[in-house]
Design a protein around this ligand. Sequence first.
Ligand code: SF4
Ligand code: SF4
Length: 151
Amino acid sequence: MIGFVVEAECMFYQDKPIHFECTACGKCCTGNAETHYIALTPTEAAKLRKHLEVSEAWFRRRYVEHLTRDSWGIRMHNGQCAFLDKHGRCGIYALRPTQCRTYPFWPELMDDEAHWQAEKKYCEGINRGQVVDIKVIERKLKQQAAAEEHA
Ligand code: SF4
Ligand code: SF4
């Protein structure tokens, strides 16, 4: 992942403006539990559990699940993230995981313009609004790559 960022000079987003504006539609917080997950790094998980003031056992039972043997993700309940509130807002906004902070500027979406454009069907903010500063895009790419390494 870090190699991808270093080689980013020839990436499509460096040659053409990328427009994005989040509409707060909440769609990226929803999905089928079999196909969607919200990864947490161990540090993010620890901060979240502390914030929720619940035991480790209760945190695991109620809020998170294993993604792999050693990594965790937020549970999906009835097709949505366990922290999406009834108003469609994030209930842990200040502590939302890197995956949520960096979307849709993920390595697997920014590696090819076709991937970025295809993501429009999941995110209506793509191609809307102002041009995003390339430094912002690259910072989010690095943050996401680092989170994936530590997940
Ligand atoms: S799907 Fe896109 S526009 Fe909707 S809340 Fe998520 S990032 Fe924002
Ligand atoms: S943690 Fe917040 S931003 Fe991330 S998927 Fe859940 S509700 Fe959405």
